[in-house]
Design a protein around this ligand. Structure first.
Ligand code: UDP
Ligand code: MG
Length: 313
């Protein structure tokens, strides 16, 4: 019998734990003669009683496993911990708020049985998304797909199944700042897609604010692409060329052809323009370099990716 692990990252989801558990049990029931299921809750340093709810379930049902982080490490790290503890033949990641329709788990499994190593849930566009999130995600995908080494499928979510071979390869990533789905995309393998409509969050509020999402996007740009670093260089070349040419033009006008090429700017204005240009380039380059240096710094000190307080898997 093949085994399947459902990974559920949870941050302040005390009211959702029981509903998720019940919904999953219902989905497992017709499949239980062919597969053995376990659910692994990763409590990501919740401030509410999420861990209490999980432990209650774990005490009564042995298919409930958990990892309890010592503090909040973020969803990407929580899913990472889940994948890294997976010994099953495949694992499926779902959100704890039931936004991912768990009824599709059977469909994910049948695609996997057809030979796909990665089955990715693609979220159909939702009316409830604010325009900021819509424009932001459109912008994000168009930029990342122009500059990143791997193609990122628009609206692909973390709702996905990965085979044990992918799990094993995933364990080789050591970076601390990470986007789980981008890393899975980077790995490649045979991939298939399942389209779904996201449900409304069951209880509580989404903890990913717009700013957090922008931070995640910036992080992906920096960790998946070197183009921003190069832009500073190209910009430097272009601006320096323009400044150089205008400088040359001003010089020519001043000393050789002042009748035809007389500049309308005074000397000090010319100088100011030049300086502004150069300072602009410098600042931009330094800003970008700082991003990369920060990234290198984070990776070089090689801290543990997460810290577990307690677990039963
Ligand atoms: N989550 C987490 N750590 C965090 C934030 C969120 O484990 O720091 C979990 C959360 O409990 C949920 C999933 O990640 O299961 C998605 O989070 P949320 O619903 O807040 O985000 P959205 O629906 O906007 O993607
Ligand atoms: Mg949600």
């Amino acid at each position: 019998m093949k085994s399947i692990l459902i990974i559920i990252p949870a941050y302040n989801e005390e009211k959702n734990i029981l509903p998720v558990y019940t919904a999953l049990k219902k989905v497992f029931a017709p499949l239980e003669n062919k597969y053995s299921f376990e659910m692994l809750f990763v409590n990501d340093g919740s401030k509410d009683n999420t861990i209490g709810e999980i432990e209650k379930l774990a005490n009564t049902d042995k298919i409930v496993k958990y990892i309890d982080f010592s503090r909040n490490f973020g969803k990407e790290v929580a899913t990472t911990a889940g994948i890294n503890s997976c010994k099953a033949d495949a694992c499926i990641m779902i959100d704890a708020d039931l936004q991912h329709p768990v009824e599709l788990i059977g469909e994910f499994i049948s695609r996997w049985e057809k030979g796909f190593d990665v089955v990715i849930g693609i979220r159909n566009k939702s009316k409830s998304d604010g325009w900021m999130k819509k424009v932001g995600s459109k912008l994000f995908y168009s930029i990342i797909n122009k500059i990143a080494e791997v193609k990122v499928v628009p609206n692909a979510t973390d709702f996905r199944l990965i085979d044990r071979v992918v799990v094993a390869e995933f364990g080789r990533f050591t970076e601390t700042s990470r986007m789980t789905r981008a890393l899975i995309d980077w790995l490649g393998f045979r991939r298939d897609f399942v389209y779904f409509d996201a449900n409304e969050r069951l209880h509580g509020t989404a903890s990913y604010s717009f700013l957090k999402l922008v931070g995640l996007a910036m992080n992906s740009f920096v960790s998946l692409s070197l183009v921003p670093l190069k832009i500073a260089g190209y910009l430097g070349i272009i601006i320096t060329l323009i400044a150089g040419l205008s400088g040359f033009y001003i010089l020519l006008g001043k000393y050789f052809f002042h009748t035809v090429l007389a500049s309308t700017f005074s000397d000090s204005e010319n100088l100011a323009i030049l300086l502004l240009f150069l300072v602009g380039i410098l600042l931009m380059s330094i800003g970008l370099l700082a991003l990369y240096v920060a990234n290198i710094h984070r990776e070089v000190i090689n801290r543990p990716i997460y810290v577990i307080r307690k677990k039963n898997i």
